[in-house]
Design a protein around this ligand. Sequence first.
Ligand SMILES: [Zn+2]
Ligand SMILES: [Zn+2]
Ligand SMILES: [Zn+2]
Ligand SMILES: [Zn+2]
Length: 317
Amino acid sequence: MTRAYFLYYDHYSATKRRSASCTAGLRFDENNAAAPIDVGKEPCPACHFIDNDVAGNISRRRMHVFNAFLLGYFHQVDSDRKSDSGVAYKDWVECAGKRCKHCGANVERIFGRRVFWPLSPRFVKSINAYSKSEFSTRCRCGGNLEKIGLDCPECREILYDFVEDRIDDKEIAQLSATQTRCPGCKEVVVPKLTLECDECKKPTPLTLWDVEMKVVKVGTGTDTAINIVKWEPISDKVRELVSKQKPFDFGRLFKKMAPNEMAKLFGIPNPYEDEDTKSDRKHVDWDEDEDDDGIKRKAVKKRRHDDDDDDDDDDDE
Ligand SMILES: [Zn+2]
Ligand SMILES: [Zn+2]
Ligand SMILES: [Zn+2]
Ligand SMILES: [Zn+2]
């Protein structure tokens, strides 16, 4: 695992009112994820019927799942749910502050916990748009960035000077996407945006991966949106905490269901019956130690991390 997020398909049966992730497993390549699933190679009963336009009311949507770090105080307490061998799972509960019963019972209070955060395409799009318009106006050093012009990427000739001619962001976006002939080197080039930081000599715009965000979900049912109500560059304290966390092994976490199991869940035939093997799906403790492979993580501060489905839960199971 070398990525901060992965993609998977989420299936939902409106008849059975159940959802399941695609039995074809995670999509490791963003480009391939857009392509139809190769059902011959990675069988998924739901995809089979969707690709053949006979799925009825079983749907498929592409989800992003992010490694995230939830800021705030938490306790780890025994869950009501038990494993097959009778061992209670652990649940994370948010500390309730002054009148917290877990604090009262001297249960250890932990700052920050890693979570995984599944987001539907619509939410990913809105976070990206926000990131582009807001985060990118600040420098990694903490300073403010200003777009000062467009230069030739070949010879660095100044093509447009925004300090001289004030133009708005929309025009800048348009100009920076339009090929032009450089008067300096005479090449046809796509202009390169030049930024200036009021604090440092190395202007580097913040990205989604460099910030702490407070995210709230608004609306109900299918009419929901996520709003970033507050954000700031990652503090040294959080960066340090995050660096000690291990990213989720999404391959294990989203261990795929056997096609037979899904067929049963959705009440559909399994076209892959013959090649289907017995499910090897096991309980995976999401906080079990995993191989440390230094994935880039995102620090997020948010109230709710669920998506428009209520079954997107990040608790320990
Ligand atoms: Zn599928
Ligand atoms: Zn507490
Ligand atoms: Zn040039
Ligand atoms: Zn700077």
